[in-house]
Design a protein around this ligand. Structure first.
Ligand SMILES: [Zn+2]
Length: 471
């Protein structure tokens, strides 16, 4: 169904800035997968009508940073209370060599299903499960699973041409790739999967795992040049903890963002996950170059890394988006929880800076730091901007019909004065009445067609038991 009318919505959040963040609606018309009209609309003869008087509409979420293979690595006791570096050794690096095609496919499916059920229509996955002579193709599996579920999918193809010491010490260390091997695979993937159009369902991105540890500076420079020649974007992790700041000083005598400038890794075609630890000069440099962020508040909270300075970044000109990060450091791939956390944590971060007036302070708290409208924008049109998907610029006429309808029928929403903010402000997963991607219904009445959730759950339990037995 790509032509229909959604009627009598309680509220519409558009994902747009300023006064355009809400639309009075109450109706949305979709024609050929595109939003054709929003307002008080009469049904056309023969038009399919969806009565939505008990629902609010949001733009489908755009998740800009994830590691889907980690969906089977939630709550690992060895990593649950560890900070970033020991956690990497305890969980993702220890387990990733154990993934075969079947386990990888199952993990990808679980993560995608979780996201879909939160109202997410686009996933950018930073997949770093590659090594020379690998017997299965993780890239192909990811695109197949996304297509099966009707998702837009951006593959950020990771690589490492060197092994980090923390991994080299493990018996399960992956062998590094060569730069030539990586670039050859990028050419293959771009030919096969990359659609440069603004409404693309499939994209590929060059994404060495981290600029400081995964490749030599001259290799990173070469990757940036090759990506731009091929019209591909660049993505990586940066400045997640103070460890990045110390490493950049020790290795290059500068800050992590300055290092990225030296190697050609800043610009509107680049976005980094995390950017928690930054100085003022780095914030200005990121802003000046239009380099984007995938803000991952739950993972940053779970690993005790800190809270990224989103308001300062946005004021400097940095495009802001939201990512759930991998499930090994965030036990739910859910854009509702993620935006709820972003909303709260930005306010808490600001409030934490408050000092009493008698010591020279001048404000009480931080509740004006992030509004629900802000986090909806970051999690939807902000993500589309970072990924270069220009036809996903919020709920407005002419844009792709990537729309989530939430029915606020849980008691947590009873008594809300402003239903529009319910999904983000009240937290928890609302009933997903429908999710459309390009006008195609991929979730209906909170269910994914042809998917047996109970069977998926039992497959996950068997897979975890299998992995634990291998320890
Ligand atoms: Zn990550």
């Amino acid at each position: 169904m790509k032509n229909f009318l959604i009627r009598n919505l309680q509220a519409i959040m558009t994902g747009l800035p300023g006064a355009a963040a809400r639309h009075a609606g109450p109706d949305i018309r979709v024609r050929d997968g595109v939003i054709a009209a929003i307002g008080k609309l009469d049904a056309l003869p023969g038009e399919e009508v969806l009565e939505a008087g008990d629902c609010v509409a949001y733009p489908a979420w755009v998740n800009t940073h994830h590691h889907l293979f980690q969906s089977l690595l939630k709550g690992d006791p060895l990593g649950i209370n560890a900070t970033l570096t020991p956690w990497l050794a305890a969980t993702p690096y220890r387990y990733r060599a154990r993934f075969d095609a079947e386990l990888f496919r199952l993990a990808a499916r679980i993560g995608m299903v979780e996201l879909l059920r939160s109202g997410c229509g686009t996933i950018a996955d930073h997949n770093y499960l590659y090594y020379p002579g690998m017997p299965f193709d993780t890239s192909e599996i990811l695109f197949e699973e996304a297509e099966r579920l009707g998702l837009r999918f951006v593959l950020c193809r990771g690589t490492a041409t060197r092994t980090r010491q923390l991994e080299a010490d493990l018996p399960s260390a992956l062998r590094p790739e060569t730069l030539d091997g990586f670039l050859a695979d990028m050419e293959r993937l771009a030919r096969r999967f990359h659609d440069p159009s603004p409404a693309a369902l499939r994209r590929v991105v060059m994404a060495p795992t981290t600029p400081l540890y995964s490749a030599a500076p001259e290799e990173l420079r070469e990757i940036a040049v090759a990506a731009r020649e091929m019209g591909l974007r660049l993505h990586s992790h940066l400045s997640e903890t103070v460890g990045y700041q110390d490493s950049a000083q020790a290795m290059h005598g500068c800050t992590p963002v300055e290092f990225c400038e030296r190697i050609g890794w800043l610009g509107p075609d680049v976005w980094f996950a995390h950017l928690v630890k930054l100085d003022e000069a780095e914030i200005a440099l990121l802003g000046r170059t239009g380099t984007g962020i995938a803000h991952c508040p739950q993972s940053n909270g779970r690993l005790g890394s800190g809270i990224a300075p989103i308001r300062a970044l946005e004021a400097a000109g940095v495009p802001v988006s939201i990512g759930v990060d991998g499930a090994a450091s965030n036990e739910a791939a859910d854009m509702i929880s993620e935006t709820h956390a972003a909303w709260l944590m930005q306010r808490a971060r600001r409030g934490q800076e408050a000092t009493p007036a008698w010591r020279g302070g001048h404000f009480e708290g931080g509740a004006d730091e992030a509004t629900v409208e802000d986090v909806v924008r970051w999690g939807s049109s902000g993500g589309a901007r970072v990924l270069g998907l220009g036809a996903l610029d919020g709920l407005q006429v002419g844009q792709q019909a990537d729309i989530a309808l939430y029915r606020l029928d849980d008691p947590r929403y009873f008594g809300l004065h402003d239903p529009a903010i319910g999904p983000v402000a009240s937290g928890g997963r609302p009933f997903l009445k429908a999710l459309w991607v390009g006008g195609r219904a991929v979730v209906r009445d909170d269910a994914i067609p042809d998917l047996d959730l109970a069977e998926l759950g039992s497959q996950a339990r068997r897979a975890v038991a299998q992995m634990l037995a291998g320890n």
